[in-house]
Each structure stands twice: as structure tokens, then as C-alpha cells.
Design a protein around this ligand. Structure first.
Ligand SMILES: [Zn+2]
Length: 311
């Protein structure tokens, strides 16, 4: 009996343990499910946050990218500009390093540079500009600093109309008489006069010594002293191969004789030296017409010296 009871009790004990076990397993399952869904919820939440911040990052990157694009465009333009400038500087450097004095340009071209020195009365200055404008010629003009100060309107107009100015010193002295310090003052005096009149820093490559003094044949010592000073200022000395003052010194100095002499002597690559005198400027239109009739092209020094040679 007792045995039977025991068996029954054992049996019911087994049943209830099983129930508890199942119950515990269920609770564990529920807890596990709860845990998983909570984790998933949290994960989803944080994924959403991450997505949001990714969106923001994408926006930010897009903005940065368009900024970069703009910067790139700017840099590209700047680069193009520098490339052009570099090309020009390369040509200029080539000239400045050249030890030989420039008396003419490349003989293979049809170009002839028209250079006019000193500056004259305002009427003569303006008449020269009128002729050059009518005939469509850009020339290189070498006024003294004093003439630039005396007739500012002439030189402002000259630059506006596409002519280039070259340094011819402030007061037109014989440079071989001057100390190096005084030579520097003459160069910077011209520069200041031109900058003041034009209202901006003007850069010229060309220097013409008054009377050619210091750079003439037989003045090697002077040239060795003076040329480095001119180069320091970023210029090179420009002489000529056709001039009138010495060539016609024993003749009547008339416009027709001036024209004749220039047309007889100028050829491709020539640098013609005229002055702002009544006679020279009177001759100017016929000189230009005559050069063109001979198949030559009157132009500025820059056009002659820095242009590619014609093929
Ligand atoms: Zn002069």
C-alpha cells in the first residue's frame, strides 16, 4: 500500500517537476524573445540614426564636393593664366639673359618696330598719336619722365590707344657721367612719373639710353657697369639699326629726306628710331605707308621682339 502510495507520489512529483520545467522553459523563451525583439528594436533604432547621420554626411559631402568643384574651376583658370604669364616671362627672360645688345629683331620677319623718343610739345605728341591711330599702328614710345609729367594727357592717351612706353630716364642725361646711384634714380624717376600719370604701376621691358650713351660701340666698360642696373629693373637696353640724327647730320633735316632715309634702310626686323620733332612726325605717315608698300609691317617692339618668327 505504502509502496503504491509512494509510487503515486513519485509519479505526481515527476509530473509537477516536468510542469515546472516546461514553465521555466516557456518563461525562458518569452524572456529570450523579449530580449531579441528589444535588441532588434534598439538595433533598428540605431540603424535609423545611423542612416540619418549618413544622409547628413552625404549632404555635407555633396556640399563639400561642389565647393571643391568651384575651387577646382578657380584653380584651373588661375593655372591657365599662369601658364600664359609663364610663356611670356620665358620669352622675356630669354631676351634679358642675352648678352648681345638688341639693335634689331629677327631678320626672318616682315616686322619693323617704330620707336619714337623723348616726347615733344603737346601738339607734336598728340599729332603723332593721331597718325598712329589713323594708320592702325602700335608703336613703342620712349618719353623722358619730364615729358610725361609735363604732358600727362599725351601719355595716358598713348597707353589707352595700345602703344607701349619704354624707360628713357627722367631727365635725359649722359649715363656715362653718372654714378650708379644716380643712374638708378634716373630709372626710378621715370617709373614714378609714369606710374603717377597712369594711376597704376606700369611695367615696361624696354630701356633706351639717352643718346645711346654708355651702350655705343667702344663703351664696353660703361656697358658692363650699366647693363646690370637696367636688368635689375627688369628691362633690357634697346638700340636701333635705322636712325636719322647722326645719319642726316650734314644734310637738310626735312620730312621728305627722313622718309627717304628710313625707307632705304629699314628691312625685316629693323628697329627705327624717330624723335618727337616736327620733321620726324611729319614724316611718320609716309614712313608707315612706304614700309607697307614694301611688304613690311610697322609695329611695336613687343610685337617685333616677343612674337614668334614668321614661317
Ligand atoms: Zn632721347
Amino acid at each position: 500500500m505504502e509502496n503504491h502510495y509512494n509510487i503515486g507520489r513519485r509519479h505526481s512529483k515527476k509530473t509537477s517537476s516536468l510542469k515546472i520545467f516546461i514553465f521555466l522553459v516557456l518563461i525562458a523563451l518569452v524572456a529570450l524573445l523579449g530580449f531579441f525583439s528589444a535588441t532588434q528594436f534598439i538595433t533598428a533604432q540605431s540603424l535609423q540614426n545611423q542612416l540619418k547621420s549618413l544622409d547628413q554626411k552625404i549632404d555635407q559631402l555633396q556640399e563639400e564636393q561642389s565647393e571643391m568643384q568651384n575651387k577646382y574651376d578657380e584653380i584651373y583658370e588661375e593655372n591657365e593664366r599662369l601658364r600664359e604669364e609663364n610663356q611670356q616671362l620665358h620669352e622675356e627672360n630669354k631676351m634679358m639673359r642675352s648678352e648681345s645688345l638688341i639693335e634689331h629683331g629677327n631678320r626672318e620677319t616682315d616686322k619693323v618696330a617704330i620707336t619714337i623718343d623723348d616726347g615733344g610739345s603737346e601738339a607734336v605728341n598728340l599729332r603723332a598719336l593721331d597718325y598712329l591711330r589713323e594708320l592702325g599702328v602700335s608703336a613703342t614710345l620712349f618719353p623722358t619722365g619730364q615729358n610725361v609729367e609735363a604732358y600727362p594727357e599725351s601719355w595716358k592717351r598713348a597707353v589707352q590707344e595700345g602703344h607701349e612706353l619704354g624707360n628713357h630716364t627722367y631727365s635725359h642725361p649722359f649715363l656715362s657721367n653718372l654714378s650708379e646711384e644716380r643712374v638708378r634714380e634716373e630709372l626710378s624717376g621715370w617709373q614714378e612719373a609714369v606710374d603717377n600719370v597712369l594711376g597704376e604701376a606700369y611695367h615696361t621691358l624696354f630701356f633706351r639710353p639717352p643718346y645711346g650713351d654708355g651702350f655705343l660701340a667702344g663703351q664696353d666698360y660703361q656697358r658692363e657697369r650699366l647693363q646690370p642696373i637696367v636688368a635689375e629693373e627688369g628691362m633690357f637696353p634697346i638700340m636701333w639699326d635705322v636712325e636719322l640724327v647722326y645719319a642726316l647730320r650734314n644734310e637738310a633735316y626735312t620730312a621728305s629726306r627722313i622718309t627717304e632715309h628710313v625707307l632705304q634702310n629699314a628691312r625685316g626686323g629693323s628697329i627705327v628710331l624717330l624723335h618727337f620733332t616736327e620733321a620726324d612726325i611729319e614724316a611718320l605717315p609716309n614712313i608707315i605707308h612706304g614700309l607697307r608698300e614694301r611688304g613690311l609691317e610697322p609695329c611695336s617692339l613687343r610685337e617685333l621682339l616677343l612674337a614668334e618668327p614668321q614661317s
